[in-house]
Design a binder for this molecule. Structure first.
Ligand code: 5AD
Length: 366
């Protein structure tokens, strides 16, 4: 391959080998070049704008047993909770008053009628009290087409379901081997979401034990071939009470997982200029400036945590999760300041839909 890094960074349709090469850059000036290219494309396409989504961690009850996740069903150390409707509404009211434009409701994965109807009720309740001015994203795992449809009809417009890794073997390695954890089912759920008319978001963990740069290049290509509208991805982070902790010795050092996380954002921005990309909480976990650094690599979405403080400590997907007492992003002044300092502007009072979605559904031209 003869092209220089600079030449490769002018492209927007990288092949796998090119992505591997760009993910293999050394820390320091070469890494900075890639990150700057991400920012350049962000500035040209979505613009130097940041959208906010208030994150509500509705419940840590979960039926699944993913080996990497702190709130897996079999972790006895977790005190389980579900927020009351009133707590959810208070969080929604806060987001609405602050002009966030959008909410994300996330929880462990439960599949039963009570849960399905609980979510539908909350969706309707939130829309009613906020005059339909909040766009709602759900992140509630794999569900049936009927459930996705019911929630869509109750007012959810976007859905996040991470594929976690597109390497089937690695996926099987980090999940129990049973029907409830199935790679094809996860893929299928993404297709269903698309069919039900959602803006579809997915993502992966970066730096899983045994994961390679070639795997991560495949992940980026997957987002493109699936024509995904939004991506949330972040470094894999240790947790003492999960089965995967037995493999901690295999992990890349945390600053490498962080750096490659930023490279992934930048390369995704180059290849999918119009999608929404979140600066994930996991980035912020590994670096107090992770949010800002994610934005400066090409991310355009920040998700301040609106979960009531006592519950936040019980929603520990991984170790050292930040902002357990207070999310500084909830102080409008401090958030505005931080974002302004890096040359960006928060867009208040707008839904902040994925431009990629608006274009593919013919709602805007281009
Ligand atoms: N490190 C990083 N991300 C994690 N998630 C779960 N456990 C971890 C971990 N240990 C992510 C998964 C999941 C999302 C809700 O949180 O990608 O889809």
């Amino acid at each position: 391959m003869s092209e220089s890094i600079d030449e490769l960074l002018l492209k927007s349709n990288h092949k796998k080998e090119e992505l591997i090469r760009l993910l293999s850059v050394e820390p320091g000036p070469e890494t900075e070049k890639v990150l700057q290219a991400g920012l350049r494309v962000k500035a040209e396409h979505p613009g130097r704008i940041v959208y906010l989504r208030g994150l509500i961690e509705l419940s840590n009850r979960c039926a699944r047993n993913c080996y990497y996740c702190g709130i897996r069903a079999a972790n006895p150390m977790v005190e389980r909770y579900t927020l009351s409707d009133e707590e959810v509404y208070q969080a929604a009211d806060f987001a609405w008053k602050e002009g966030f434009g959008s909410l994300v409701i996330q929880a462990g994965e439960l599949k039963n009628k009570t849960f399905t109807h609980h979510i539908a009720r909350l969706l309707k309740g939130i829309h009613q009290r906020t005059h339909n001015e909040l766009t709602i994203t759900l992140s509630l795992g794999e569900q049936s087409a009927e459930t996705y449809r019911l929630w869509r009809e109750a007012g959810a417009e976007r859905y996040l379901l991470r594929i976690e890794t597109t390497n089937r073997q690695l996926f099987e390695h980090i999940h129990p081997h049973n029907k409830a954890h199935n790679f094809d089912a996860r893929m299928h759920a993404l297709t269903l979401l698309r069919q039900e008319g959602y803006q579809v978001g997915t993502g992966v963990m970066i730096g899983l034990p045994g994961q390679t740069l070639a795997d991560l290049a495949d992940d980026l290509l997957f987002f493109k071939t699936q024509d995904i509208d939004m991506v949330g991805m972040g470094p894999y982070i240790e947790h003492p009470d999960i089965p995967l902790s037995a493999e901690d010795a295999l992990l890349w050092p945390s600053q490498e997982r962080f750096r490659i996380g930023l490279l992934m954002i930048a390369l995704l921005r180059l290849n999918m200029p119009w999608i929404n990309i979140a600066a994930s909480t996991a980035l912020e976990t590994l670096d107090p400036l992770g949010r800002q650094k994610g934005i400066l690599a090409g991310a355009n979405v920040v998700m301040p945590n609106l979960t009531p403080v006592p519950n936040r400590k019980k929603y520990l997907l991984y170790d050292n999760k930040p902002n357990l007492d207070k999310d500084p992003a909830l102080s409008t002044t401090s958030l505005n300041q931080v974002i302004q300092e890096i040359g960006e502007t928060i867009s208040y009072h707008i839904a902040g839909s994925s431009m990629h979605y608006l274009r593919r559904t013919g709602q805007i031209e281009g």
